[in-house]
Design a protein around this ligand. Sequence first.
Ligand code: CUA
Length: 148
Amino acid sequence: ILMTGGVTLLLFLSVLFLQNFTFGHHHAAAIETVDPKKTDETAPFNKPGLKKVSEKEWDYELVIVASVFQYSPSEVEIPVGAKVKIIATSKDVIHGLEVVETNINLMLEPGLVTEKIATFRKKGEYLVLCNEYCGNGHHYMSGILKVV
Ligand code: CUA
């Protein structure tokens, strides 16, 4: 049983590696995990949204939960110049999180925590799009980041 588990894990990791490699998606190392069925109850995903934090490397944390076919929250206001750590996951299937006109292009997988630090230097409304096919509502899955 252990062997099977190990082989399955290896396969899973190889698939992750290949996906990263092929599509150039950014991933947090698969160290942080969450039970996808309990996403809503698991910190920090129980409180999606932007919050000010006192970390050395970033000023804000933006927690996003993706599910078919929406982001929670779907609209976020970010102060211009803020250095934001995006912390995101999916509750169900694989989703994308691309912020148009930026270098933010993440893959969100159920059970995995994906993180990226980004600084929003220009005011404006940035469209958030899902770029992983996730079902028949995929094309409508979007959000807005308002940098104010
Ligand atoms: Cu979510 Cu495509």
